[in-house]
Design a protein around this ligand. Structure first.
Ligand code: NDP
Length: 313
């Protein structure tokens, strides 16, 4: 039996990434109802908002779902308290030290997964006692590693380093990409961008439309001096480029970024001044569809590709 399906008690080893401003209870419950694992992205939610979102998710699905907690979040203790009180069965932590919260969550019977972008942190996560790891490559949207290791290189390296269940992320939006990840040693996949362009995602319609009109090469990993982030090369990105050309300091970059740009872009739909976090695979995404269709099509394509494998060579 697939280890990710067994760990989370789900039908398909497809995890929907917990993404700020894009993944509320509507998306998480739709993915869980379709047989994958839906995650509420708590990084953009005040603690009372997270509580309501968890409660609505429980009403919308009787299947397992989880919460993603970026460890950079300012009120992290409040989020952890809410998660424990609400008896959320699964937590994905990201952007921080896996040792801080893993044992506390596990003592409550919660399954813990940590997101990493390199082998060093994969080892650190395994030592911290996580149940599984998400290894996310350079292609991914949003916050990302500084090393620029692509998913193709990262997954086999992490697989060699750790024995616990491994979920591949970064550039995965199709069943064939999922099959490729299994060939490289992954037990499951995490999908972000493709789920942003769904009916149930809480992203603004302008952002969803922009994603399906994003050609290959139109995203960039930038702001490594702050928190590295992959975003669409819109007018705000052009300003970042100009600042780099002018030799901007870290403080000046911070000032340019300001506060709340991710909300402005992804939630309020300001395509000019907002931060539009999406992965390279957006170049493959051509329509906005229901979340269940994403899961179904991935599984179908995976089965077709794997079934045909004897004809490959
Ligand atoms: P900013 O500092 O620019 O803005 C904070 C935003 O978060 C505001 O829009 C605010 O909403 C909202 N927010 C939600 N809860 C709180 C809180 N307790 N205190 C302050 N603000 C809160 O940060 P970003 O928008 O860049 O990032 C927000 C969070 O999301 C961070 O924790 C960050 O680590 C995480 N993040 C995770 C990513 C990922 O890929 N996992 C990607 C990018 C960010 P309002 O305007 O309504 O007050």
């Amino acid at each position: 039996m697939n280890r990710i399906n067994h760990l989370f008690q789900i039908k398909y080893p497809i995890v929907q990434a917990g993404m700020i401003w894009c993944s509320g209870w509507e998306l998480a419950s739709a993915v869980s109802n379709a047989g994958g694992l839906g995650l509420i992205g708590s990084g953009s939610m005040y603690p009372d908002v997270l509580k309501t979102q968890i409660q609505k998710c429980k009403e919308a699905t009787d299947k397992p779902f989880g919460v993603n907690v970026p460890l950079l979040y300012p009120n992290i203790e409040a989020h952890i308290k809410t998660i424990i009180e609400q008896k959320v069965p699964i937590v994905f932590t990201s952007a921080g030290n896996p040792k801080t919260w893993t044992s506390i969550l596990k003592a409550e019977g919660i399954k813990v997964v940590h997101v990493v972008s390199n082998v060093k942190f994969a080892l650190k996560s395994a030592e911290a006692g996580v149940d599984a790891i998400v290894a996310e490559g350079f292609e991914a949207g949003g916050h990302n590693g500084r090393e620029e290791t692509t998913t193709l290189c990262l997954i086999p390296m992490v697989r060699k380093a750790i024995g616990i269940p491994l979920i591949a992320a970064g550039g995965i939006a199709t069943g064939s990409a999922m099959a490729a990840m299994f060939c490289l040693g992954a037990d499951g996949v995490q999908v972000g961008s493709k789920f942003v362009a769904t009916f149930e995602s809480s992203a603004h319609q302008n952002f969803k439309e922009r994603i399906i009109h994003t050609p290959e090469g139109d995203t960039q990993l930038t702001l490594k001096e702050l928190t590295p982030v992959r975003l669409i090369k819109n007018e705000f990105y052009v300003k970042i480029e100009a600042a780099y050309q002018a030799g901007a300091s870290k403080e000046q970059l911070n000032e340019l970024l300001g506060r709340g740009r991710a909300k402005k872009g992804m939630f309020e739909g300001d395509l000019i001044e907002g931060e539009l976090e999406i992965g390279q695979v957006s170049g493959l995404i051509k329509e906005i569809v229901p979340a269940a269709q994403v899961v179904e099509e991935m599984v179908q394509e995976f089965e077709e590709v794997v079934g045909n494998k004897t004809a490959w060579i």
